[in-house]
Design a protein around this ligand. Sequence first.
Ligand code: DLL
Length: 432
Amino acid sequence: MPNYYQPEIETASREQLLAWQNERLVKQVQHVWDNVPYYRQKMEEKGVTPADIKSVDDLHKLPFLTKADLRDAYPYGLMGKPLSDCVRIQSTSGTTGRRVVAFYTQHDIDLWEDCCARAIVAAGGTREDVVQVAYGYGLFTGGPGLNGGSHKVGCLTLPMSSGNTDRQLQFMVDLEATILCCTPSYAEYLAETIHEQGLRDKIELKAGIFGAEAWSEEMRRDIQNSLGIKAYDIYGLTETTGPGVAYECSEQTGMHINEDHFLAEIIDPETGEVLPEGEKGELVFTSLTKEAFPLLRYRTRDICVLSRKKCSCGRTHVKMSKPMGRSDDMLIVKGVNVFPSQIETVLLEQGYPANYQIIVDRINHSDKLEVLVEMAPDKFSDSLADIAEQEKTLVEALKNMLGIYAKVKIVSPKSITRSEGKAVRVIDKRKI
Ligand code: DLL
């Protein structure tokens, strides 16, 4: 059984990593030039040829790819291999426009599963573990990615998919699952149900690998306390394979990017200018090893910060901060940028659960922001005056965080729909 902690790669020196990246980049650019006419044309329009790309230092010369390009080229226009070499597709849910369909050769799947295996190992996983995969299976990359990674580590894998909460808990208890993989919002829901059903002492979980949506440090604390586990973040997107592009280690201070497969840049989302390490901006990925869907300089729209600070786990790969939400998740309310994650931080800091709904509307030509939040059990009160006081405190805390007024309504426990996959926190009525 291979060991998916790969110190020769994961703790490689910066020079060694750069050497791999340089070699792979040159090869990948040639592969794309030869096989993806859509991107070749973009390079030609910019006056760049493969001969101009000799190392990572030349990356900035390449054109960006955006979600709009993916739509333009849908479904087959960005493929780097003939269909006969491909064995799988995965796809996004298509909530923000046309679906993204990504293609994989068997080699692509192997490398993707290696990346997910590294994530499981970094969360303490070994072949002794029982991994409950409660991400959706099917077109969504979450289930298949972690499933494959878990097999590679040699864990006993429970391919639960998302939903059917009672069945999840039955298997979790009966098969003594030790690692739970799902969205953080579903982890919250499972934790809530575990407590309601008095199962807290019957579960053996030690770790969770949670991602696919933005979640705050406060939510991490909440889940860790309520399940008695360590909660690790995992990041990825369909366009770049799926989960496992980056994952957290024991330090829990950001996610190591699998730099031997993905080159990361941070750019200014307005100007496209590459920003120095430590500055906040849009994350851009170049896949160095993918064959079937080899995206170069793909703009993720996720806003984060990269850091090369030494990590206590020994891994040398660059770390990305938790994405602060996608640039297209960002709401502009009365001209002010509002990220749902900022609202979540305030609610959890004030002791409310992570069950909330953000409603934005435009009434009489003016934007209105409203936040519905469930009453916290330990703050429960029947007194309207008490509730009004609690709402007032939240309004003030939100104003401090966002700089604008948000109406707050405290609603009954369990009245906001729970999520089994990615939570839908925002209803923007201005777009309906
Ligand atoms: O969500 C892949 C995935 C599955 C990642 C399971 C982790 C775990 P998509 O459906 O294509 O793929 O959505 C990708 O989700 O651009 C981010 O905006 C967001 N996202 C993914 N992971 C995180 C995370 C999967 N850990 C989009 N924190 C990305 C915040 C995340 N946002």
